[in-house]
Design a protein around this ligand. Structure first.
Ligand SMILES: Nc1nc2c(ncn2[C@@H]2O[C@H](COP(=O)(O)OP(=O)(O)OP(=O)(O)O)[C@@H](O)[C@H]2O)c(=O)[nH]1
Ligand SMILES: [Mg+2]
Length: 380
């Protein structure tokens, strides 16, 4: 996409040609139940696609759910957000500064700005619109590099504001059931751990369901987060039916009077229809316990996959009824603008973003903070 041939912006503007061991959950919380309450067939283990080696020992499991400091305040988060987005902002921010300190301002300057935005994965449409606005404002009132960054941030914020929607877990639903889906390694289990920590800090009672029933390491990874946060973990034997486990977890959460149930699922590639159907089955089966569940179906997107995030949203939205997004690993890419492209294309709520592996590296998504950090503007 970044390499697409397109007419130069100046041409379009001016008409020219150029252009992470469970608290060892209470005994009764960890039954190894064999039968599936749904009566639905179990999926053979080899249907799952594993993209990374299994973690077998404790050290490896601990590495999957790294320990980090717990206190969190806004200022701490803004510093983490700024640091997390620095790969993107260094490219974008300093790129803009370089462009607009040149004495000459012409069509080529705007084309280069548009290219910078496309290279940061904002998407062609957003890049074009933002560049046009910069061109217009530069023309009207003159803009220096900082001024251009402000215009870019303001335009990005306009795109992001409508989707920066908090995840409302206070709907009266008890438990409020959150199904967490996404491709392999996108950050689902880590995000569940971080969210559990947050909800518990907010005074909620939380239960976790180890719906990735295929890999022992996956269950252990969630169990580590359970232990760390004090949330009980519902688990079953490896190879058990995921929807059966989810069904039981909802029943147990309800019986225990838990506020929030977070259901982990196995990573799946979006082009494997049968795995997508399994996700649909989990949702269908838990509806037998609570007709309104899941109350949220979150798709966890890894920002480092770039444009592929767009096809992931497309497919998970169609087949798994995704209600909102979490974007992780924004610290691992210089193309953090992908969040803007996703917002622009789908308009789905973006609830949280992740900028690191630590428990404090995930916070509710704020359009203004993000937009400023994206171009390296001071967020203080
Ligand atoms: N840098 C960085 N790493 C992250 C972030 N979120 C998660 N990770 C790391 O990404 C890796 C995969 O995270 P998991 O939570 O295991 O991903 P998953 O989606 O549960 O993976 P599967 O269960 O294998 O599908 C781990 O090493 C996490 O620590 C983030 O925001 N930033
Ligand atoms: Mg996982």
């Amino acid at each position: 996409m970044a390499d697409e041939k397109k007419p130069g912006l100046f041409g379009r503007l001016f008409g020219g040609k150029t252009a992470d061991e469970a608290p060892p959950p209470a005994e009764e919380m960890v039954p190894a139940v064999e039968e599936t309450p749904s009566g639905l067939p179990e999926s053979p283990p080899d249907e799952r696609i594993i993209l990374r080696p299994e973690a077998e020992d404790e050290d490896e499991v601990a590495a999957l759910a790294p320990e980090v400091e717990l206190p969190r305040e806004k200022t701490g988060w803004l510093a983490r957000l700024t640091r997390g987005l620095s790969r993107t902002s260094e490219k974008l921010g300093s790129g803009i500064a370089d462009l607009f300190t040149k004495s000459k301002f012409d069509a080529a300057t705007l084309d280069e700005l548009e290219d910078l935005l496309i290279q940061a994965d904002l998407g062609l449409e957003a890049a074009t619109r933002i560049t046009e606005e910069v061109g217009r404002q530069r023309h009207e009132r003159g803009l220096d590099g900082e001024g251009v960054r402000r215009v870019v941030a303001a335009e990005v914020e306009k795109i992001l504001s409508p989707v920066a929607t908090p995840l409302d877990v206070n709907t009266g639903a008890k438990p409020f059931v959150i199904l967490v889906a996404g491709v392999n390694g996108s950050g689902k289990t880590t995000t569940i751990g971080k969210l559990a920590q947050k909800f518990i800090a907010d005074g909620k009672s939380v239960m976790l369901a180890a719906g990735d029933t295929f890999r022992a390491a996956a269950v252990e990874q969630l169990a580590v987060w359970g232990e760390r946060t004090g949330a009980p973990v519902i688990r079953k034997d490896i190879g058990a039916d995921a929807s059966g486990l989810a069904y039981e977890a909802v029943e147990k959460a309800r019986a225990a009077g838990v506020d929030i149930l977070l259901i982990d699922t196995a990573g799946r590639l979006q082009n494997r229809a049968e795995l997508m159907q399994e996700l649909e089955k989990i949702a269908r089966v838990i509806r037998k316990v609570d007709a309104d569940a899941p109350h949220a179906a979150l798709l966890v997107l890894d920002a480092t996959v770039g444009q592929n995030a767009l096809s992931q949203v497309d497919l998970f939205q169609k087949t798994a009824g995704i209600t909102g997004l979490v974007m992780t690993k924004l610290d691992g890419t210089a193309r953090g603008g992908i969040l803007v492209a996703v917002a622009e294309k789908f308009g789905l709520p973006i609830h949280f973003i992740g900028v690191g592996e630590g428990v404090n590296d995930l916070e509710p998504f704020d359009a203004g903070e993000f937009s400023r950090a994206l171009v390296g503007l001071n967020n203080a």
